[in-house]
Design a protein around this ligand. Sequence first.
Ligand SMILES: Nc1nc2c(c(=O)[nH]1)N[C@H]1C(S)=C(S)[C@@H](COP(=O)(O)O)O[C@H]1N2
Ligand SMILES: [Mo]
Length: 427
Amino acid sequence: MPNFPKPTPERVPSRGRRRLLGRLAAGGFVASQAAGAAASELLKPLEIAPGSRVPGAPVLDHPYGLPSPHEAQVVRRAARVWPLPGAASSLTPLADLYGTLTPNGLVYERHHNGVPDIDPAQHRLAIHGLVRTPKVFTMDDLVRLPSESRIHFLECSGNTGSEWNGPSGLPVQLTHGLLSCCEWTGVRLSTLLEEVGGLSSAPGAPRGWMLAEGADAAAMTRSLPLDRILDRALVVYAQNGERLRPENGYPLRLIVPGFEGNTNVKWLRRLKVVDAPLETREETSKYTSLLGNGCARQFVFEMDAKSVITRPSPGHRLTTHGYYPITGLAWSGRGTIRKVEVSTDGGATWRDARLDGTVRDRALTAFQADWYWDGGTAAILSRATDSTGYLQPTRAELVAARGLNSQYHYNAIQSWRVEASGEVLNA
Ligand SMILES: Nc1nc2c(c(=O)[nH]1)N[C@H]1C(S)=C(S)[C@@H](COP(=O)(O)O)O[C@H]1N2
Ligand SMILES: [Mo]
């Protein structure tokens, strides 16, 4: 794990160097930079850069571009070794990302039985059940329909489950990395239902549900309440400007903004309108949460408001006393982020963080707060309030409400401990 931030040499310049620094400052250098850095370092930009002495790599060296080899440590990682490699997950390196969009190669993965190899020319989406004119769509049919691009987060409801029993010691990638945010492009579910003539259920019939099925070896299926998703669900074929990656559902997936990751069925092949949920495996034996009183919560769709500090975070080390921006992400499955507060004293006092850029509905929102580290121990925390007024709970509040066997939907305030050594721990 790289240090944070890169250490800056703090040396008092010699008399000769001071004269040189004075000249450099007069020549347009920023005086505050000149005061801290060694003169030889300062001269470097005035020399011919090594890369200017020889021609660079040719165009089309990589027909599909790659990150710099110096960023090779910024990769998805698994939290553990899974018994079946196809029924596993990998997590997004949140501490190494900037802004709110997750690059396609770093979007977390969760597969119940591996990634299918699907030829888009052979792929079909069937829409049937309680609709007037059931229809089968090819990918060409779908791409020819009116499309929409929207930025939304995707979070597995198992995200941060590692912290139910207290601090796990893990870094933020492994505690919160079942979380990504993309610009998704596709067709509104409501447009597709118009294409099949609308719902055929009799007026006054039970409210509509829809079964979504994947074309993977898990044939993953979920039942969804139509009235809660019709205004925003998308059937998408692209993420961040290009067709979906195989591991994220190529060639077609469902995006239900704000709902737990599992309902965002990948490799989508079938939508069946029904009058009641079908009680599939993923909504009975899985994705239900056992409460302290022995009852289980079922059909827990929305992801509750949550936030986490990504820099500094465990694995980072503060190298100089002084200014550090506290940076993180906040999101809510119920709307927009209204406020993020940050504490550096374990939650005794809080102050508002700045929200960075556009605050979007059911999307990641980046926040930042100024902090001067005096070299003492500190506990840094963030808490989010969403547009419904809901405030992210403490772990004690969450455990009091849900017990310790819920497994899914852990959204408590996360605390990172800063040691006097500068080391940041999840402890
Ligand atoms: N067909 C199918 N859809 C699926 C899954 C799956 O295994 N098969 N995994 C689900 C789960 S549990 C999550 S959290 C998200 C993960 O999406 P991603 O891999 O694109 O991040 O997809 C959901 N959709
Ligand atoms: Mo998930």
